[in-house]
Design a protein around this ligand. Structure first.
Ligand code: GLA
Length: 373
């Protein structure tokens, strides 16, 4: 049970009742995510370390009999995602070909367009709701796979599997160490509060124009480099190969590859620290350094940060955060800072002074998509 999910579920129920003048048959919720570390590694078959957050999209649902899919939400411009999930599920046999339709009402507390995976939350909540009205249970793995398929092939966003896996598999007080080649997931305790730590989210509120093309461009640079290096994916490149890569790739592509290689290593080093016990003392310092090094690599080698993200990251560090980095695809959106709870106010003040428009809030790791009611 998640209090945050229940609140969104109640909001979805109210919308459902007022729009459709009936009670829903069920309510489902799926969370957004913060990727703690492991950025732009998922489409290179590498490693990621996300946590699902206590910000949910909830959907109230009831079956129909006429094949229509009706939907309403307090936000505009969302309908491609639920429609895409229904399309993907029918195509894969997860819904019957003669699916009889449904009424859906959405409510969400995942900020849109900020790199916290509002679309994955929307997709995964829809998938659970539709599977339930069709009476065909869906596993978290299938939910994530079909949600990503809908995003790639229906909404035409060339994302990797990170967001949908996070939303489907999230766990309270835990991070997910995901191998995006095998989809193996190891769950590691991440009860930050117990360790006197807080995860601060700093939403810059900017979304740069070139975000979408920038993402697709980085993805093709990685795929091109893998081809030139003769490996299935950049996951298969290690530190020793970087010398060889320098002879084959141009300077820019070499930096892209270096980011992926060093970032995969940072994820696995971060996990090794977690395996040694709660983050404190030198372990906490090392974890913070890995986060900040990830930001520097995304900024300088992968070039997906932006001025506003750099400003909030630098300010958080000046204010005393242990580490800080952009999270998600970049080109705007959110950064995160790992902060000792007793320094939170100081860090928040420093960030607000540096970028007054930034919206700051804290998150905890919460459970993945589930049926709330
Ligand atoms: C976006 C994509 C993910 C992942 C991240 C970068 O969030 O949707 O698949 O590639 O960017 O790590």
């Amino acid at each position: 049970m998640s209090l945050a999910a229940q609140e969104s579920a109640e909001a979805a129920r109210k919308i459902f009742e007022s729009v459709y003048a009936a009670a829903p048959a069920g309510i489902f919720a799926a969370p957004g995510r913060v990727n703690v570390i492991g950025e732009h590694t998922d489409y290179n078959e590498g490693f990621v370390l996300p946590m699902a957050i206590d910000r949910y999209t909830a959907v109230a649902v009831a079956p129909r009999l006429d094949g229509l899919l009706r939907m309403v939400s307090e936000r505009a411009g969302w309908s491609d995602y639920p429609a895409g999930v229904a399309w993907a599920m029918i195509g894969a046999g997860a819904l019957p070909a003669d699916f009889k339709g449904a009424d859906l009402a959405f409510s969400s507390r995942v900020p849109v367009g900020s790199g916290l995976s509002s679309s994955a939350a929307l997709e995964c909540s829809t998938g659970l709701a539709l599977a339930a009205v069709a009476g065909k249970p869906i596993s978290p793995a299938e939910l994530a796979r079909l949600s990503q398929y809908a995003e790639n092939e229906y909404a035409h966003v060339p994302c990797g599997p990170l967001d949908q896996l996070s939303s489907a598999f999230g766990a309270a007080d835990a991070v997910l160490h995901i191998d995006t080649r095998t989809f193996d997931i190891a769950v590691h305790p991440f009860a930050l509060g117990d360790a006197g730590l807080t995860m601060l989210v700093m939403n810059t509120k900017v979304q740069h124009q070139h975000g979408e093309s920038g993402y697709a461009d980085r993805r093709s640079a990685c795929e091109r480099s893998a081809r030139l290096l003769g490996v299935p994916a950049l996951r298969d490149v290690n530190f020793a190969d970087l010398d060889r890569a320098a002879a084959v790739l141009d300077e820019t592509d070499l930096r892209r590859v270096r980011h992926v290689v060093t970032e995969n290593d940072r994820v696995n080093r971060f996990v090794s620290l977690l395996q040694l016990g709660p983050l404190e003392g030198p372990r906490l310092n090392s974890a913070g350094e890995l986060l900040t090094a990830s930001h520097v690599s995304l900024r300088d080698d992968f070039e997906v940060s932006c001025a506003e993200l750099d400003i909030v990251v630098d300010a958080a560090l000046r204010g005393g955060a242990h580490g800080a980095r952009m999270t998600g695809g970049g080109f705007g959106g959110c950064a995160i800072a790992l902060v000792s709870t007793d320094r939170l106010e100081r860090v928040a003040e420093t960030v607000s002074e540096a970028l007054p428009q930034a919206e700051l809030f804290t998150v905890v790791a919460d459970r993945g998509a589930y049926q709330v009611a």
